[in-house]
Design a protein around this ligand. Structure first.
Ligand code: OAD
Length: 228
């Protein structure tokens, strides 16, 4: 299926980076962040308004984890030319593995932006991230990580590109996602209903299992280099 396909798209989640030592969200076996922390406190506009210092400090910890991590064999497999990577991940491991066509639906840890959306955006050194709240140098509103929080809309450009990639691919490889967070997970339905073959690679069955033409249960870093 993969060899014969001209347009291959990968839709990935936190399980893709688990073997690099980056915690997942819902998977207790890989340190799932939402099994230990309240997402509404750490990843919502309400939580940021209530306690910005805790939110910024938590993102500093996550950024340092990513800075210390290396791309694993699954990232390198997906980094090959010709694969469009639509990812929910906010780390930069696909980029560091050489992937050139990446759509980050939930934003990125590599930048901060103005919370008031004045347009100011800054690159962040992931190994030395901001560890305290600070004002936007352009307008004075708080700066925040350039990621999507609960209750916020996806970046319009990423959503448009993700939809287009999933609607036009011949094969969609779904990797390391519980497929529980919408609208992102809806892209698997988009690909399926557009006629794509759906191949799922995950350590456990997921909410998307029913959509799979092929489901490979196991670690992404072991399976992906064999199939790609
Ligand atoms: P989850 O933590 O919900 O799911 C990770 C999935 O990866 C689980 O189904 C695991 O079984 C699987 N997994 C773990 N290790 C794996 C490995 N080595 N190989 C293959 N699969 C593995 O993470 P996501 O589905 O990415 O959103 O979560 C989606 C969104 O929820 C995130 O982008 C984040 C979170 O809230 C925002 O922050 C907006």
């Amino acid at each position: 299926m993969i060899t014969g396909a001209r347009r291959i798209c990968a839709f990935s989640g936190a399980g893709l980076s688990a073997e690099s030592g980056v915690p997942t969200f819902r998977d207790a076996a890989t340190g799932g962040l939402w099994t230990k922390h309240d997402p509404m406190r750490l990843a919502s506009p309400e939580g940021f308004a209530e306690d910005a210092a805790t939110v910024i400090g938590w993102y500093a910890w996550r950024r340092q984890r990513v800075a210390a991590a290396q791309p694993n064999p699954a990232h390198h497999a997906l980094g090959r030319p010709g694969v469009v990577n639509v990812t929910q991940n906010v780390d930069d491991l696909l980029l560091r593995a050489g992937a050139s066509d990446i759509v980050q639906l939930h934003g990125t840890l590599t930048h901060d932006r103005c919370h008031a959306a004045c347009g100011h955006r800054e690159r962040i050194d992931l190994s030395a991230p901001p560890d305290a709240p600070r004002p936007c140098p352009a307008c004075g509103a708080p700066m925040r990580p350039d990621v999507v929080w609960f209750g916020e809309a996806l970046p319009a450009d990423a959503w448009t590109r993700g939809q287009a990639a999933c609607a036009t691919c011949e094969v969609l490889i779904v990797v390391g996602t519980a497929a529980e967070v919408y609208p992102a997970a809806g892209l698997i339905d988009v690909a399926k209903s557009s006629g794509a073959t759906v191949i799922i690679i995950n350590t456990n069955p997921s909410a998307a299992s029913a959509l799979a033409d092929v489901e490979l249960i196991g670690k992404a870093g072991e399976i992906l280099p064999k199939v790609l």
